[in-house]
Ligand binder design. Structure first.
Ligand SMILES: [Zn+2]
Length: 93
């Protein structure tokens, strides 16, 4: 799991718009994003292969946990992962 997370980190973009995508990822996946932000999110995903890949990898990771684990990933784990990724993004490179 840690290895997968490490791979995910490497794929995260470091431009401001990429950061925003990561900020809103949880809401996007929950479907709670307001339509305007979601439209921007979708537009960015279309234009940014890195973020699209990241989103796909993220979803695959969740699937992986579901498939290989005996329990579904608890929401806390998902939130923890996102919080961790956000911290990585905030870090100056
Ligand atoms: Zn991006």
């Amino acid at each position: 799991m840690r290895k997968v997370l490490h791979l995910l980190q490497q794929m995260i973009g470091r431009t401001p718009s990429c950061r925003k995508v990561n900020e809103f990822l949880a809401d996007y996946l929950d479907g709670t994003l307001d339509p305007q932000t979601k439209a921007r999110f979708d537009a960015h995903l279309d234009a940014c292969p890195k973020c699209k890949r990241y989103l796909e990898q993220y979803l695959q990771t969740v699937e992986l946990v579901k498939t290989n684990g005996t329990v579904e990933p608890p929401p806390e784990l998902v939130e923890h992962t996102l919080a961790f990724l956000r911290r990585q993004l905030e870090r100056p490179s």
